[in-house]
Design a protein around this ligand. Structure first.
Ligand code: HEC
Length: 198
């Protein structure tokens, strides 16, 4: 006769699981619905404190980096940093053999109209600066910078990098811009600019 396995093991186990009716406790329901009521009323009852007068007070011109106020007077240092640094460097010393220095340059320190015309129309060809010949391309800024910006950046250059020459007025830039309004080409280095010097 085959012996049946005894039931001990089965008896030792837990009873088979079965579903019981376990309702969510009243207290939990109460807490959840109280939270819900609080959340909804919070949205409707809370005072909005994002009134515009409490927010960011900066004007558009501040964010654009232009000083606020009368027509946004140009800041020469800023114009320089945005338009000239890549070539003439933050020190104004240029790069030997490639970009000429602005510090102590006879072109920067010449009569107002000379640097103004250099910025308006740009330069190509051979240009001698402080005894060294360069032959690069100086871009024209007449379509990029306003009269006030050209005046400001030149005034900045003439007062920094060891230079101590006078400011340049926006009127001078305007006059030279008008005088050269038909000019399309950049100045041809020493050849053109030496003539302008006289
Ligand atoms: C893409 C490079 C480049 C940028 C940007 C540039 N320059 Fe020049 N600049 C030159 C080069 C190159 C020359 C020399 C041109 C030549 O050799 O014919 C020059 C010449 C000059 C000169 C006459 C020579 C001297 O050293 O004094 C002045 C003044 C000058 N730049 C001012 C400026 C100012 C101010 C700005 C910014 C508004 C500016 N440049 C932006 C490349 C640049």
């Amino acid at each position: 006769m085959i012996e049946q396995p005894n039931d001990d093991a089965r008896e030792r186990e837990y009873p088979d699981p079965h579903e019981k009716n376990r309702p969510v406790p009243r207290l939990v329901l109460l807490v959840v619905s109280a939270l819900l009521v609080w959340a909804v009323s919070y949205i409707f009852l809370t005072q909005r404190n994002d009134a515009p007068e409490l927010g960011d007070q900066r004007t558009l011109s501040t964010l654009e980096g232009k000083p606020a106020g009368a027509g946004g007077a140009a800041d020469g240092a800023q114009v320089y940093a945005a338009n000239c640094v890549a070539c003439h460097q933050a020190t104004g010393a240029g790069l030997p053999g490639v970009f000429p220095p602005l510090g102590g340059s006879e072109w920067v320190l010449a009569a107002d109209k000379l640097p103004v015309n250099i910025l308006l129309h740009g330069i190509t060809g051979k240009l001698t600066v402080k005894g060294t010949a360069y032959s690069g391309q100086m871009p024209a800024f007449k379509d990029k910078l306003s009269d006030a910006e050209i005046a400001a950046v030149l005034s900045y250059v003439r007062a920094n990098f060891g230079n101590a020459a006078g400011k340049i007025a926006a009127d001078v830039v305007k006059a030279e811009r008008d005088a050269g309004k038909d000019r399309k080409d950049p100045w041809n280095g020493d050849e053109d600019l030496d003539k302008l010097k006289q």
